[in-house]
Design a binder for this molecule. Structure first.
Ligand SMILES: Cc1cc2nc3c(=O)[nH]c(=O)nc-3n(C[C@H](O)[C@H](O)[C@H](O)COP(=O)(O)OP(=O)(O)OC[C@H]3O[C@@H](n4cnc5c(N)ncnc54)[C@H](O)[C@@H]3O)c2cc1C
Length: 324
């Protein structure tokens, strides 16, 4: 966040935190989210909750006032937080949700807060092949379950046996992959479900050979994606029979800018924050790309990036520096 943005940073003043149940984890008021998402933009969470463990999460959801909205955040690698912040409670799963352990039959049990990279590494060390594609996805397993993340010819649904999730009232659900209705970058899981763990099926593999394939995947990513920039990954889903990047390119949008946001020159289905962008710049650029693609090809691109929170001018939060 630059100095001008800091001046305009909104703060929620309603002290929602006073109406929330006690927890063993951490509750933080007005927690900045621009530091924890890949785009490095956006306003604060009214309250950020990091549960100590699953019992803490469940007890909190059971006791919290029903009308308080809850939003789940992984590591924000497919997410745009709007500039007015996120009203209600934002939950991030901490260390206790990142456990990984190999089970018999080439199964990996994983907490939903684990980074996909660590899922791939744990499987490699245990000689479990077939999970190496996770090293190409820079999110958490929870995000991968929600988005059916995939890379290099494999998707989460191909290796998922079952997952555990908690609903908005604290109810625990254990579901098989078939019950989740997963398809391209989509799962039918109810919107209020918070994934907390999963079991993944691999097959026998040589750790050295798995490590070699992971190295290959990471090299290919490095060559084709702007992975060292502030970005949100693939912006739009590939429409059936088309590649989103080709449609964006054909509509003349490669390098297009709005404020501090730009369509990546390297991979034009990625939007990047050149350093000074607001969330509004990034969203406006995405909408301009959609408009141009529709005009050029007749195809309506669908956002893959999840957009959460409210714009600055609709935020119930007070703005520190006065006018936005
Ligand atoms: C450089 C780059 C490259 C990428 N490459 C790929 C790729 O090759 N393939 C691919 O599929 N994606 C890719 N992505 C996108 C992104 O990494 C994936 O979508 C990832 O699964 C998002 O995980 P996350 O933890 O960052 O989720 P977030 O971005 O934080 O959240 C995304 C969505 O998941 C939900 N969510 C997160 N955790 C949970 C949970 N525990 N329970 C319920 N819902 C949850 C959020 O509420 C939100 O709706 C890339 C992103 C970047 C920045």
């Amino acid at each position: 966040m630059n100095a001008a943005q800091k001046d305009r940073a909104p703060r929620f003043e309603a002290h929602l935190i006073d109406r929330l149940p006690p927890v063993r984890g951490r509750l933080t008021e007005n927690a900045p989210l621009d530091r924890v998402t890949w785009f490095r933009v956006g306003g604060p969470a009214e309250v950020l909750f990091k549960p100590a463990d699953r019992e803490d999460l469940i007890a909190f959801l059971e006791a919290k006032p029903a009308e308080v909205p809850v939003t789940l955040l992984g590591v924000g690698s497919n997410l745009l937080v709007r500039d007015g912040g996120v009203p209600g409670v934002v939950i991030r799963l901490g260390r206790d949700f990142a456990r990984l352990s190999a089970e018999e039959g080439y199964v990996l049990a994983a907490g939903a807060g684990a980074l996909d990279l660590n899922v791939a590494k744990a499987a490699q060390l245990a000689g479990i092949a077939g999970l190496e594609f996770f090293c190409g996805v820079p999110g958490t397993l929870g995000g991968a379950l929600r988005m059916n993340a995939g890379a290099y010819g494999a998707e989460t649904k191909d290796v998922l046996i079952e997952a555990e999730a908690v609903d908005a009232k604290g109810g625990l659900h254990r579901v098989t992959v078939d019950e989740l209705g997963m398809s391209y970058r989509h799962s039918d899981a109810p919107a209020d479900w918070i994934f907390i763990s999963a079991r993944l099926q691999g097959e026998a593999g040589e750790p050295d050979e798995i490590a070699r394939r992971m190295g290959e995947i990471q090299r290919q990513r490095e060559d084709s994606q702007p992975i060292r920039t502030r970005t949100g990954g693939s912006t739009f889903k590939n429409p059936p029979g088309h590649k989103a990047w080709e449609l964006v390119d054909r509509a003349g949008c490669r390098g297009l800018t709005v404020g501090g946001a730009q369509v990546s020159e390297k991979h034009c289905n990625f939007l990047i924050n050149r350093g000074e962008a607001s969330a509004a710049d990034i969203e406006a650029l995405g909408e301009e790309v959609r408009r141009r693609v529709k005009e050029e090809s007749g195809i309506a691109l669908e956002w893959e990036i999840k957009r959460i929170g409210v714009p600055l001018d609709e935020s119930p939060a007070e703005t520190a520096g006065g006018a936005a």
